[in-house]
Design a protein around this ligand. Structure first.
Ligand SMILES: Nc1ncnc2c1ncn2[C@@H]1O[C@H](COP(=O)(O)OP(=O)(O)O)[C@@H](O)[C@H]1O
Ligand SMILES: [Mg+2]
Length: 338
């Protein structure tokens, strides 16, 4: 799955795929032609994919012995540490601080909301947006898909987006209207957005397992999962299936987290809120997926209505204070209130 138009950039510049030789499977000397063949057949294209999927999955997908897959995954990890794609096991805080200062961010379209995040949605992290129906979660997803295309000084990363749509709410027309309202070329932006419709939770997991190579081939810096939890909620009903649901959701969220860290992409996951107390699980106004999604997300933002505007509250962040800002929804997507 490679976007065809070589010139597919709002600014007219070509996107470069980021897969280099040192990340190819056979760049690890322990991967010979036979092993490489098995791995490729199972959809592994880069050594980053070994890290994302982990030893148990690698073994299951390829039929390789678990000892060998643990060994290969460790080798892959060392290589990525050497290149600086993932952190070394023991890293000085100074180095981490430097790296964090350079973390790439994507503008949300609203300065207020960007400020809440410390300058936009962060790469190498999962940002969870939760709120009731109609609070603007899907609008925010669409706006970010447009803005990620922009040049860095304008709030983007000159990159494309992958939209995993589980509720059938992705609308290309909305991408066009947001782009037009912002004087951007809608055709080029549409060309830089890949949409994967997930029909059930198993399909959603399959899509995310196959995502690594797609990210590299299409220069993707933003993955939207709208919504992360809807299928799980619909398929696993009642207390009896609660632990199975949480286990599966946990696996899905961890896969997302490893992808965001290994591929350096921003992940935006939406989560509906239970607006009535008639639910079997937990309290009213509690995000579905409960602690599983909450614990995997790096940042969590709660959206609610405030007349014509919306309030966003940073609920959980390793370093932001709990704070609220106002934004609004307009033809151009997410905006500051006028
Ligand atoms: N073109 C538009 N211009 C202004 N507001 C819009 C536009 N399209 C949708 N909206 C607003 O977005 C809201 C729906 O938000 P949405 O993101 O779909 O909610 P959620 O995903 O949280 O359920 C609607 O209330 C509507 O007012
Ligand atoms: Mg929605």
């Amino acid at each position: 799955m490679v976007l065809e138009d070589a010139d597919n950039d709002v600014t007219g510049e070509r996107h470069k795929p980021s897969n280099s030789n040192e990340l190819m499977l056979d760049s690890l000397e322990d991967i010979g032609p036979t092993t490489k063949g098995f791995l490729e057949q199972a959809g592994f294209k880069s050594i980053k994919d070994l890290i994302v999927r982990g030893p148990a999955d690698v073994s299951e997908a390829t039929g390789m012995q678990i000892e060998k897959s643990v060994y290969l995954c460790n080798k892959a990890r060392s290589r990525l540490e050497e290149i600086g794609i993932i952190e070394k096991s023991f890293t000085k805080a100074t180095a981490l601080y430097e790296k964090r200062k350079n973390e790439e961010r994507i503008s949300t379209g609203s300065k207020n909301l960007d400020d809440l995040f410390g300058g936009g949605i962060e790469t190498r992290a999962i940002t969870e947006i939760y709120g009731e129906y109609g609070t603007g979660k899907t609008q925010l997803c669409h706006t970010l898909c447009v803005l990620v295309n922009l040049e860095k000084p304008k709030g983007g990363l000159k990159s494309g987006a992958l939209y995993i749509d589980t509720e059938n709410t992705f609308r290309p027309e909305r991408i066009v209207s947001i782009a037009q309202a912002r004087n951007l070329d809608p055709d080029r932006i549409l060309d830089n957005i890949l949409v994967a419709k997930a029909y059930n939770s198993a399909h959603q997991e399959l899509i995310i397992e196959q995502t690594g190579p797609v990210i590299d081939a299409n220069n993707i810096k933003l993955i939207v999962v709208d919504s992360a939890v809807a299928h799980y909620r619909a398929e696993f009903l009642g207390r009896a299936t609660l632990s199975e649901r949480q286990q599966k959701l946990n696996k899905f969220m961890h896969l997302l987290l490893r992808i965001s860290e290994t591929y350096g992409v921003a992940v935006l996951a939406t989560n509906q809120i239970q607006s009535s107390p008639d639910s079997i699980f937990g309290d009213a106004l509690r995000p579905i997926g409960g602690h599983v999604v909450a614990h995997t997300s790096t940042y969590r933002v709660y959206l609610k209505r405030s007349g014509k505007n919306r309030i966003a509250r940073m609920v959980d962040s390793p370093y932001h204070p709990e704070r609220e800002v106002l934004f609004t929804l307009a033809e151009s997507g997410v905006e500051d209130p006028v």
